[in-house]
Design a protein around this ligand. Structure first.
Ligand code: ADP
Ligand code: MG
Ligand code: MG
Length: 194
């Protein structure tokens, strides 16, 4: 069940994972982009945690909206508006009493695609969100499945975002935004938001 408490714990766990893996995420981005993804994300999640602590939102919708605003204004880069939109669309979806995680993820993915215009297979965070949604629909989501989806981005050639500038050279590298999104869903599983 999705509650205010586990949603806050989920986002804070995500923030911890980003902070812990900040250098790794920037290394991934250095290989095929401009090397700032870890720092971008860390700045965003830090602001997100501060906002959540300050405003103590009392509904799942308000938690997700608060998080989305912080991410939108602080991450920067391509991923800021994409994460911000994902969380904003999730918050819009989170208005009923009985909130379903798969509906939230579906709304988040739709937001990312509306904003970034990437399809599956273009080596972006979409290639993490889409398989996660499939697994949620089939009730087969696991940490292994998340890892597998992150690693599967290695085989793809980037045709959207900054990594598309390096063309074929992007093949063989993990997409940084898929890796950071992997932490989002690992954190979700760890906090029992399912
Ligand atoms: P920037 O590329 O502006 O420096 P970041 O490094 O923070 O921004 O984020 C890069 C990540 O953003 C990529 O690894 C990819 O996952 C994601 N991304 C970039 N463009 C798109 C897009 N059009 N749709 C979805 N995700 C995208
Ligand atoms: Mg970058
Ligand atoms: Mg950048």
């Amino acid at each position: 069940m999705v509650t205010v408490e586990n949603t806050v714990n989920w986002l804070k766990n995500f923030a911890d994972k980003i902070e812990t893996n900040k250098a790794y995420l920037s290394d991934l981005d250095r290989a095929i982009g401009d090397g700032d993804h870890g720092n971008n994300m860390a700045r965003g999640v830090q602001a997100m945690v501060e906002k959540l602590d300050d405003s103590e939102p009392t509904s799942v919708q308000a938690v997700l909206k608060t998080a989305s605003m912080a991410l939108l204004s602080k991450i920067g880069g391509a991923s800021g508006p994409l994460y911000g939109t994902a969380l904003l669309e999730m918050s819009k979806q989170a208005k009923e009493d009985q909130i379903e995680v798969k509906s939230l993820v579906e709304a988040g993915l739709a937001g990312i695609q509306k904003r970034g215009k990437a399809e599956v297979g273009e080596k972006t965070m979409v290639d993490l969100w889409a398989p996660v949604l499939d697994h949620l629909n089939k009730q087969t989501l696991s940490k292994e499945a998340i890892d597998e989806a992150v690693n599967a981005t290695k085989d793809l050639k980037a045709t959207k975002g900054r990594a598309s500038y390096v063309g074929d050279r992007s093949i063989g590298a993990i997409d940084p935004g898929a890796a950071s999104s992997g932490y989002l869903f690992e954190a979700m599983m760890e906090e029992g938001v399912l």
